[in-house]
Structures are given as C-alpha cells and as structure tokens.
Design a protein around this ligand. Structure first.
Ligand SMILES: Nc1nc2c(ncn2[C@@H]2O[C@H](COP(=O)(O)OP(=O)(O)OP(=O)(O)O)[C@@H](O)[C@H]2O)c(=O)[nH]1
Ligand SMILES: [Mg+2]
Ligand SMILES: [Zn+2]
Length: 319
C-alpha cells in the first residue's frame, strides 16, 4: 500500500505543483497531477490552485502524485484571460485578501478595488485595501486619497496607506498578517513583491522596475507563491493582473455584495430590479441623492453588464 500524505500547494506552474507536506520542517515535494483531474474540472483553467490542500503519494523518484484535492473553504477567482473560457482560481483557503493599489505609478483604479471587494464579500474573505507608494503622493493627490479613504471606511473597509520607505506602515501591515493566510492581489507594478520583501527581508523575490512608457511593472512575478512568514502566517504573492473579471455571479446577485445597496434592494418596486433603469428603484434614488458614490455606482453598472454579457453568451452557446 502506498502511503498517502497531506500537504498544501505553494506554487503551481500548471505542470508541476510544489507541495508543503504537513508537519514541521518538511521538505517540499514536487507533485504532478494525473490527467483525470483536467477532464473533471473543465470549468477552471487551473484544476489545482495555490493554497489548495491535497493528498498525494510519493513515487520512487522522490516526486509526488496528487490523489485528492480537498474541498476549498473559499477562493478568489477571476475570469480566465487570453481567450480562454471559465474560471481562473487565483488562490484558495485564505483568511484575508489585500488589494494592492498605488498612489501613482500606476495610479489606483476604483473599478479594480470594487471588483475585488465584491469577490471577497461573496466568499467571506476579509478584505483590506492597500494604497502603496504614499511617498510618491503629491499635494494634488492628497485630497483624492482622503476622499478614497473616507468612501471605503464608510462602507466598512479598512484602507492602509503604505510605502516600502515607511517602516511604521510596514509594521502595521505585518501585524495584520500575523498567523493568517493572506494574499496580495493587484495590477502589475503596484509593489506587491516589494511589500513582501520589506515585511520579510531575505526572501529576495525579484522586483521589477515600472516601465516609463506604460507605467506598469514588467511582470516580474510570473507565478503565485505561498510563503511562510517568520512571525507566523502565510502570504501569497500573485502576478499582477490588469483586469479582475468576475466569474460565477448572477447579475441580480451583485448588489448583494455592495454594502451600500444591500439593504436598499428590498425597497425597490420590482423584486428583480436591476437598479439600472426601473421606476421606483431605491438604489437609483439613493444615487441621485448622493448617498451612493458615483465611482461605486459606475463599478456596479460595469460589473452588472459584464456578468450579463457572459450569461447571454453562455445561453447562446447552449442553443
Ligand atoms: N516609490 C515607491 N516605489 C515602490 C514602492 N513599492 C514598490 N515600489 C517600486 O515599484 C516597482 C514595482 O514593484 P514590484 O514589487 O515589482 O511590483 P509588483 O506589484 O510585485 O508587480 P508584478 O509582480 O508585476 O505584479 C519597483 O520599482 C519598486 O521598487 C513604494 O512604496 N514607493
Ligand atoms: Mg510582483
Ligand atoms: Zn432597484
């Protein structure tokens, strides 16, 4: 009988999975995945994600073969890119997610933040917003940043202002990460890997310069990786993503994950109100009365429409 071991996937290249076996000071095992999993999980572009708990058997050559992917307690997914259909799981089994944006280079986008928040709300993952590179903020940015903090704080989200040159901000961030599994998600060049290196010097993950022409990082982080933190906990550093496409959402479900719309929904005239054009819509009324921020309502419309498009195209494929 082959011995079955349990472990957690820390890195995936799509071909190989680096697995950290349970127990202290275990050596990493490189595992492969039998083809049967690929057939079963056609809805996902990656059947095994970083953060997954797996059972595996050891082969004679010291490599492992994944036998079971254990049920995920949660996950953060995005729509697959490069013309592929379905879901791409960025990470699974996490306690909290940090959306990493920068004051400048590249400038933060509320649309990205809002999509991230909807995804974490849906999977009950504690979200935090990081606004990094505060050292680059000019006088002109100050008002905008204050507005952003006020907006999200009022909705119940914490905004952390960080800079890799500001020790206090790094300590605060590290304090939140202690003993938890966290993930950094954000566009390329916002400083995810830099923050990780500052929190835990010695890891020496390579950091990319932001290119002057595009203001984006040069995609230095190419694979997600789960790393143990010396002070307790784990952090998953992910490669930069341009868009955060929602998957597996029904259009009418989206308002549920907007705290400022959640309770209003039941006051709309129609139970299936889209909050886009119906008469007697409580959400639109609140927007007109400036109780819902324009950037948030814009995000809502954009998410609703993209999810609706996806549904329509899925429907036409069936026919
Ligand atoms: N001024 C300033 N620059 C920073 C800060 N944090 C990161 N940077 C710079 O931003 C650039 C990109 O940083 P990375 O850490 O590679 O960004 P990333 O988010 O990991 O990018 P991807 O791996 O491509 O997703 C590097 O040149 C860093 O030195 C900061 O707080 N202030
Ligand atoms: Mg990086
Ligand atoms: Zn409505």
């Amino acid at each position: 009988m082959k011995k079955m071991l349990k472990g957690r996937v820390t890195k995936s290249t799509g071909k190989w999975y680096k697995v950290m076996p349970e127990g202290k000071n275990q050596e990493m095992v490189l595992c492969q995945l039998p083809g049967k999993f690929r057939l079963q999980e056609l809805k996902q572009t990656n059947p095994v994600a970083v953060g997954d708990q797996v059972s595996f058997t050891m082969l004679a050559d010291g490599k492992g073969l994944i036998d079971t992917i254990h049920e995920r307690s949660n996950r953060i997914s995005r729509k697959a890119t490069h013309g592929r259909k379905g879901e791409h799981i960025l990470v699974s089994n996490v306690d909290q997610g940090f959306v990493v944006q920068a004051v400048q280079k590249p400038k933060f986008r509320t649309g990205f933040i809002d999509r991230f928040l909807v995804s974490t709300e849906a999977y009950e993952i504690t979200p935090y917003i990081i606004l990094n590179k505060i050292d680059l903020g000019s006088e002109k940015d100050a008002n905008e940043i204050a507005g952003l903090i006020e907006l999200y704080n009022e909705l119940g989200y914490e905004v952390l202002l960080t800079s890799i040159y500001d020790e206090e901000s790094i300590e605060e961030l590290a304090g939140l990460m202690k003993d938890k599994t966290s993930v950094f998600i954000g566009p390329s060049g916002t400083g995810k890997t830099s923050l990780l290196n500052t929190i835990q010097p010695g890891l020496d993950h390579s950091v990319g310069e932001v290119s002057a022409s595009s203001n984006k990082g040069k995609h230095t982080t190419t694979f997600s990786e789960l790393l143990p933190l010396e002070f307790g906990g784990y952090l998953v550093d992910t490669p930069g993503i341009r868009e955060f496409g929602l998957v597996h959402f029904e259009p009418n479900e989206i308002a549920l994950y907007f705290p400022e719309m959640r309770d209003l929904r039941t006051q709309c005239r129609y139970y299936n109100c889209s909050h886009l054009h119906e008469p007697g819509c409580a959400v639109m009324k609140a927007f007109e009365e400036k109780k819902i921020a324009p950037s948030r309502y814009d995000s809502y419309i954009s998410m609703y429409e993209s999810v609706e498009d996806e549904e329509l195209s899925a429907g036409s494929r069936k026919r």
